[in-house]
Ligand binder design. Structure first.
Ligand code: NAP
Length: 485
C-alpha cells in the first residue's frame, strides 16, 4: 500500500505523530493509500517554512509569479486524463466530471497568471493641489487554506492560485476524504519550480491540523470552503485575521408555465444528480408553476429512472457513489423524513452493493417549510414544490437560510428580470441549471452561505490581498486635508 507524505519547506516528510490514515475509494470501500495523520507540530513547522520564504516570494514581481502559475497549468493539462481517473477513484465522481474538475484548476491557474500583470489598484484625484492618490494590492502574509472533498482539485486551485499571485505563502490542509488528489496537485506545484516553502501541505484530522491553522495568530488569512457548521466554528475561533468562508447551499430551480419543459428537465437532472447531489450549488428544490407541475414530474421521473448508478470510472455510469458511509446514512435519514413530508416518486434507498451508493430520489407535494426543503442534504434527493405564480415562487426560493445559486426556466423576459432582481442568491442562472460556474466570474453566496467574500474572477484576488492607500505630496509645503488651515 503506497504511503504519501506531507510537504513542508520543499521536503516530503512524515508526520511527527508517526500515524497514518487511509483514503477510501467510495465505489468499493477499499483503501487507496496511507496518508500522514498530521498534528499541531507539523502545522507549526509548515507555518515556520511559509514565514521563512514570505519575503522572497512577495518581492518576486507578480508577472514573474504568474509564470509559475502558467507552468502549473501546463503540467496539469499534460496529466489531465490520469489526474481525472485518480480523482474518480478517490472521491467517486464520474470521469466526465473529474475531467471538468481538473479543467477548472487549469483555467483558474491560467486566469490568475494573467492577474499577475494587472493586480489592479485604483487612482483618484486628491482634494489638494500637487498631490496624488492611488491604491495598491499587497499580500496578506502566510495564509491557511482548508478545503472540502467534492471539488478536490478545483477548490484548492481556486485558493492556491490567487494566494500565490497575490504574493502570499501557504499552509494547505485538504479534506481527509481526498488527500491523494491534493498531494498530486502539490507535486505538480513542486514540478513547476515554485520555490520551497511557498506552498506547504499538511494532511490529517480537522481537530489537530484544521484547528491549529484556524487558531494560529501567525496565519494572517484563512480561506475555508466547507459546511456551515465548520464555518461558524471558524468564525468563533479564528481571532483577528482575514477570513473567507464559502459554505453550504439549498439551491432552487423555478420552472414557470411558459418554460421549455424538456430543457428544464435536463437542467434539473444535471443540477440535482450531477456529482451525486454533492455540490454546494446542487439543485435540491424544484419550484414549479402548478399548471405544469404534473407534466414536469413525469418527465423528471422518466429520465431519472434511466440514470445508471455505479463506479465513476465506468464509461456508462451517470451517477457515482456518495463520498462515504456517513453520507449514505445522511441520505437514508433525509429520505425517511421525506416519506413523511412528501410523496416519493422514485429512488429513496441505498444500493444493495459494496460501496456508498444511493438511488437518485425525487419527492413531490413537498411544502416550502418542510425539513427536506430547508436543510442542505448534500445527496441525490430532490424536492418538488408547486406554486401558483412567480411571486410565490420567489418567496419560496428565498425562504431558506442559504443564498448561493438559483435558476429560473422561463421564456418570458419579464419573469426572468423579476427573478434576477428578487432572488436572494449570489448566482442566478436563466434557462440553465444551478451549476456551471466559470473561473473569470466571481463565485459565492449571501445569507448563511458565507461572509461576503467571493472566489475566482478579479474579486477572488481581494480575499488574498490587502489594500494599501498611497498619497504623494509634491507641493513642497505642508498641506492639510479637510480644509484645515
Ligand atoms: P466540512 O466537514 O466542513 O469539511 C471541510 C474541510 O474543513 C475539511 O478539510 C475538514 O477536514 C475541515 N474541517 C472540519 N472541521 C474543521 C474545524 N473545526 N477546523 C478546521 N477545519 C475543519 O465540509 P465537507 O463535508 O468536506 O464539505 C461539504 C460542505 O462544503 C457542504 O456544506 C457544501 O455545501 C460545502 N461546499 C461549499 C462550497 C462553496 O463554494 N460555497 C463549495 C463546495 C462545498 P477533515 O476532512 O479532516 O474533517
Amino acid at each position: 500500500m503506497a504511503e504519501y507524505l506531507n510537504y513542508i519547506g520543499g521536503k516530503w516528510t512524515r508526520s511527527t505523530s508517526g500515524k497514518t490514515f487511509d483514503s477510501l475509494n467510495p465505489a468499493t470501500g477499499k483503501s487507496i493509500g496511507k496518508f500522514q495523520a498530521g498534528n499541531e507540530k507539523d502545522v507549526e513547522k509548515a507555518i515556520d517554512a511559509a514565514e521563512k520564504t514570505l519575503n522572497e516570494w512577495k518581492n518576486t514581481p507578480a508577472p514573474k509569479r504568474g509564470e509559475y502559475l502558467l507552468e502549473i497549468a501546463r503540467i496539469l493539462r499534460k496529466n489531465k486524463e490520469k489526474l481525472a481517473e485518480n480523482m474518480s477513484e478517490e472521491m467517486g465522481k464520474i470521469m466526465k466530471e473529474t475531467r471538468g474538475d481538473v479543467q477548472e484548476a487549469i483555467d483558474i491557474f491560467e486566469y490568475m497568471a494573467g492577474e499577475g500583470r494587472r493586480l489592479y489598484g485604483h487612482t483618484t484625484p486628491s482634494e489638494l493641489q500637487h498631490k496624488m492618490a492611488f491604491t495598491q494590492r499587497k499580500p496578506v502574509g502566510v495564509v491557511g487554506l482548508i478545503t472540502p472533498w467534492n471539488f478536490p482539485m478545483a477548490i484548492p486551485a481556486w485558493k492556491i492560485s490567487p494566494a500565490l499571485i497575490g504574493g502570499n505563502t501557504i499552509v494547505f490542509k485538504p479534506s481527509s476524504d481526498t488527500p491523494r488528489t491534493a498531494i498530486q496537485l502539490v507535486e505538480i506545484i513542486e514540478e513547476a519550480g515554485v520555490p520551497a516553502g511557498v506552498v506547504n501541505m499538511v494532511t490529517g484530522d480537522a481537530q489537530y491540523v484544521g484547528n491549529t491553522l484556524v487558531k494560529s495568530p501567525r496565519i494572517r488569512g484563512l480561506s475555508f470552503t466547507g459546511s456551515r457548521e465548520t464555518g461558524e466554528w471558524i468564525t468563533q475561533h479564528a481571532g483577528v485575521k482575514k477570513i473567507g468562508l464559502e459554505l453550504g447551499g439549498k439551491n432552487a430551480i423555478i420552472v414557470m408555465d411558459d418554460a421549455d419543459l424538456e430543457l428544464a428537465t435536463n437542467g434539473i437532472i444535471w443540477g440535482a444528480f450531477g456529482t451525486t447531489g454533492q455540490r454546494c450549488t446542487a439543485c435540491s428544490r424544484v419550484i414549479v408553476h402548478e399548471k405544469v407541475a404534473k407534466a414536469l414530474e413525469e418527465m423528471l421521473v422518466k429520465k431519472t429512472l434511466k440514470l445508471k448508478v455505479g463506479d465513476g470510472r465506468n464509461k456508462n455510469t451517470d451517477v457515482g457513489p456518495l463520498i462515504n458511509e456517513k453520507a449514505v446514512e445522511k441520505s437514508i435519514r433525509y429520505a425517511s423524513i421525506g416519506r413523511k413530508e412528501g410523496k416519493l416518486l422514485c429512488g429513496g434507498k441505498p444500493l444493495d452493493t459494496a460501496g456508498y451508493f444511493f438511488e437518485p430520489t425525487i419527492f413531490t407535494q413537498v411544502k416550502a417549510r418542510a425539513t427536506i426543503a430547508q436543510e442542505e442534504i448534500f445527496g441525490p434527493i430532490l424536492s418538488i414544490i408547486a406554486v401558483k405564480n412567480l411571486n410565490e415562487a420567489i418567496r419560496v426560493c428565498n425562504s431558506v437560510e442559504y443564498g448561493l445559486s438559483s435558476s429560473i426556466y422561463t421564456n418570458d423576459l419579464t419573469n426572468a428580470m423579476h427573478a434576477i432582481d428578487q432572488i436572494e442568491a449570489g448566482i442566478t442562472y436563466v434557462n440553465s441549471s444551478t451549476i456551471g460556474a466559470e473561473v473569470h466570474l466571481p463565485f459565492g453566496g449571501i445569507k448563511k452561505t458565507g461572509n461576503g467574500t467571493r472566489e475566482a474572477g478579479i474579486e477572488g484576488i481581494h480575499e488574498f490581498t490587502e489594500t494599501k492607500t498611497v498619497y504623494i505630496d509634491y507641493s513642497g509645503k505642508l498641506q492639510k486635508a479637510q480644509g484645515i488651515d
